[in-house]
Ligand binder design. Structure first.
Ligand code: ATP
Ligand code: MG
Length: 447
């Protein structure tokens, strides 16, 4: 076989005979001509086989046999296909392969996912195969671009990667959404967030971040919740709350830019409006207080698009409220200073107002809802201790965390961004389940 290359590299080999390892995504043609839609993970590519060329090259018998092999290839068969790369303006990709030889690697009989429409449950049951479809491949490439951009942003901004544990002897912040497991006869829990550990890392290394799977036993069946998802947490000393928001804004913009730069084809496959994405980078994010947001919701309660339950000061937002707010502003919007009563115990109160805390949720526009939760952290030992008790948690479980306020406490803040929420938003898809290779949800843990 000649020169083995991937599909994205064909542009460097115009006029040459090359071999590509690929899967047959689709096939068409009739009589003496066959078209193969080839896929190798890097891109899609059309190959054309012409029977007379095969006969000329291999003789009547072998030539006919090879051509018939191509004609009989079924969806998702794997092949080595050899051919000459031609520039072709009619093809979407700009190139085409003039097939000169074929070798079947693995056959594929009755592939379950045909080009016709399938229901979501069926596709989810076949997630291991569904991942091969054009749209799902695009989702995974966007995910990859966001991960890459995240590492790049943190590295360029002086952060050290500091990995938090996944198994823990106690809850991070709330006990209702914990997955419990047996740890040599004692209970242990899967991490809901790496934050508390990251605070310890911050006091050793300055700016730190982690990136790993977290687990929430959420019984909620929304299009935004998974039970296992990947979180980017960051923690940094000596920044004010406003500076923390500046950092988060720069981070989210860098992630969007990273996708525009590194996965433009994926955005195109998904038909994503990239002008909107560019607008989110160009325009400043909005910052609105929780109380002003409540006023706004009350004011617009009778609007036609106000698809939410009545809400009062002191109530938490539901998804429909978040959706409406994020649509209203049209750019990512920080909701700052929520009531302390429904936020985690470690958040620092707003100076002069114990009822509100220095925190922010970042709501993505277009109805995508919360993508980041962040706050300034309580620095005072006694206040933190009392908050732990008030929240019904056992201070003994948090002795190590309290130590961080005992030995050189400093002002610090941090945030957590849910990777799959970010992927869903940048990709412009409706449901979070397509943003992770194998989603885990209330009624789904297979495949
Ligand atoms: P929500 O109110 O939407 O449930 P949360 O307040 O529980 O979110 P945090 O605990 O602040 O979220 O977690 C930080 C980030 O992790 C969120 O901003 C979101 O991007 C993401 N996230 C939280 N829960 C989930 C989930 N169940 N599935 C996917 N991502 C999630
Ligand atoms: Mg939650």
């Amino acid at each position: 076989m000649s020169n083995y290359i991937t599909i994205t590299d064909v542009k460097k080999h115009v006029g040459e005979e090359v071999t590509i390892g690929a899967w047959v995504a689709n096939k068409s043609g009739k009589g003496k001509i066959a078209f193969l839609q080839l896929r190798d993970g890097t891109a899609f590519f059309q190959g054309v086989a012409f029977k007379p060329n095969f006969i000329e090259k291999f003789g009547e018998e072998v030539g006919t046999e090879k051509f018939n092999t191509i004609k009989k290839l079924s969806q998702e068969s794997s092949v080595y296909v050899t051919g000459v790369v031609k520039e072709d303006e009619r093809s979407k990709f700009g190139y085409e392969l003039d097939i000169t030889d074929i070798q079947v690697i693995g056959s594929s009989e009755d592939y379950p996912i045909t080009p016709k429409e399938h229901g979501t449950d069926f596709l989810m049951d076949n997630r291991h195969l569904w991942l091969r479809s054009r749209k799902q491949m695009a989702m995974m490439r966007i995910r990859n671009a966001i991960i890459y951009a995240s590492y790049e942003f943190f590295d360029q901004n002086g952060f050290v990667k500091f990995d938090s544990p996944i198994l823990s002897g106690n809850a991070a912040e709330n006990t209702t959404e914990l997955f419990e497991t047996d740890y040599f006869g004692n209970p242990a829990f899967l991490s809901q967030s790496g934050q508390l550990y990251l605070e310890a890392g911050m006091m050793a290394l300055g700016r730190v971040y982690d990136f790993g799977p977290v687990f929430r036993a959420e019984k909620s069946k929304t299009r935004r919740h998974l039970t296992e998802f990947w979180m980017m947490d960051a923690e940094y000393p000596f920044l004010t709350h406003d500076q923390s928001l500046d950092l988060q804004e720069a981070y989210v913009k860098a992630l969007i830019q990273g996708v525009l730069d590194r996965a433009p084809e994926a955005l195109e496959i998904l038909d994503r409006d990239t002008d909107l994405l560019k607008k989110y980078i160009a325009e400043p994010f909005k910052r609105v207080s929780y109380d002003d947001a409540i006023d706004l919701l009350k004011e617009h309660a009778d609007d036609e698009d106000a698809d939410y339950e009545p809400i009062e000061h002191g109530d938490d937002f539901g998804s429909p409220h978040e959706t409406w707010i994020s649509n209203y502003f049209g750019v990512p919007t920080f909701i700052v200073n929520y009531p302390a009563s429904f936020k985690a115990f470690y958040m620092k109160p707003v100076p002069g107002n114990e009822e509100r805390v220095l925190c922010a949720d970042l709501l993505a526009p277009e109805g995508y809802g919360e993508i980041i939760g962040g706050s300034e952290r309580e620095t005072d030992y006694d206040k933190l201790y009392n908050k732990i008790v008030e929240n019904g948690l056992d201070p003994k479980d948090y002795d190590w965390y309290l130590d961080l306020r005992k030995y050189g406490t400093v002002p610090h803040a941090g945030f957590g961004l849910g990777l799959e929420r970010m992927v869903t938003f940048v990709a412009g898809t409706k449901h979070i389940r397509e943003a992770i290779p194998f989603p885990r949800m209330l009624h789904r843990i297979k495949p």
